[in-house]
Design a protein around this ligand. Structure first.
Ligand SMILES: [Zn+2]
Length: 260
């Protein structure tokens, strides 16, 4: 059986049998890759720390294309992202991004742009100011969604294609099912619309154009909850495999606990 190489981010790991583990990686070369790691929990193999959730690793494995589960031969650490793992807010931000990728139905096709976006995101999560973490997460989610072919339409009406953000004030209409903003002329009386503020839509549009736009979006005014309440129902329609992100629930519980 041929040996193959890949690099990827550890998205999850589950125990298998007495000493083994099955890990899922998001790789640059092969999209999502599931690997059986025999003896992963055997201390002599020293693999446990390498295969941690949110570690960027290089792997050598036996590839059999007809099989969904491949077998690991060797693994080495490329970037453990310690700065993320040592801090709860940073860890939960990174977890939410990884969870998004983890849940979506992405096959074994190579998508180097998405992999690079994920790496850039994690690099920034480790360094950016706390007040910008959720803005950064939103920017990542929007761009990942765009790269996978289901970015929401945030500037033009989904029906008549009229440019919507020229000086618009107040609330806009957004159709999760239609995939974006809708002008009042095209809105249907029986349609289901969310009503985001024009400012929120404008900010999301900026955030969808690059992780480097987080400062421009002005974290002070950005309300992540509003953004997520708008985008989550949209992803439910358009992103196969999407479910609301558990990491965000954990984050909320932690914050509530701290405030008590
Ligand atoms: Zn229209």
């Amino acid at each position: 059986m041929p040996l193959s190489k890949a690099e990827g981010l550890v998205l999850s790991g589950i125990k298998f049998g007495e000493t083994s583990k099955i890990i899922t990686l998001y790789t640059k070369e092969l999209g999502k890759l599931k690997l059986m790691v025999k003896g992963a929990r055997n201390p002599r193999r020293r693999l446990a720390s390498t295969l941690q959730f949110l570690s960027h690793i290089g792997v050598v494995f036996y590839l059999k294309e007809s099989r969904e589960l491949q077998f690991l031969s060797q693994a080495h650490l490329i970037n453990p992202f310690w700065e993320i793992k040592g801090d709860l807010d940073r860890f939960l931000t990174a977890s939410a991004g990884a969870e998004f990728i983890s849940r979506l139905q992405i096959g074994q096709e190579s998508h180097p742009d998405l992999f690079m976006l994920l790496m850039d995101f994690l690099g920034m999560v480790g360094n950016i100011g706390y007040q910008s973490l959720k803005t950064l997460l939103t920017s990542f989610l929007l761009q990942a969604s765009q790269l996978l072919g289901y970015g929401p339409s945030l500037s033009r009406c989904i029906h008549c294609k009229r440019e919507m953000l020229n000086g618009e004030k107040g609330n806009l209409l957004f159709s999760p099912e239609g995939g974006g903003v809708v002008c009042t002329g095209c809105a249907r009386g029986n349609g289901y619309y969310l009503k985001p503020s024009a400012d929120l839509v404008r900010t999301l549009r900026v955030l969808s154009s690059g992780l480097g736009k987080v400062d421009e979006a002005g974290s002070g005014n950005f309300d992540f909850k509003d953004a997520y309440q708008l985008l989550s129902p949209f992803w439910e329609y358009y992103a196969p495999g999407y479910r609301s992100l558990k990491s965000l629930d954990v984050w909320r519980e932690v914050k509530d606990g701290q405030e008590k």
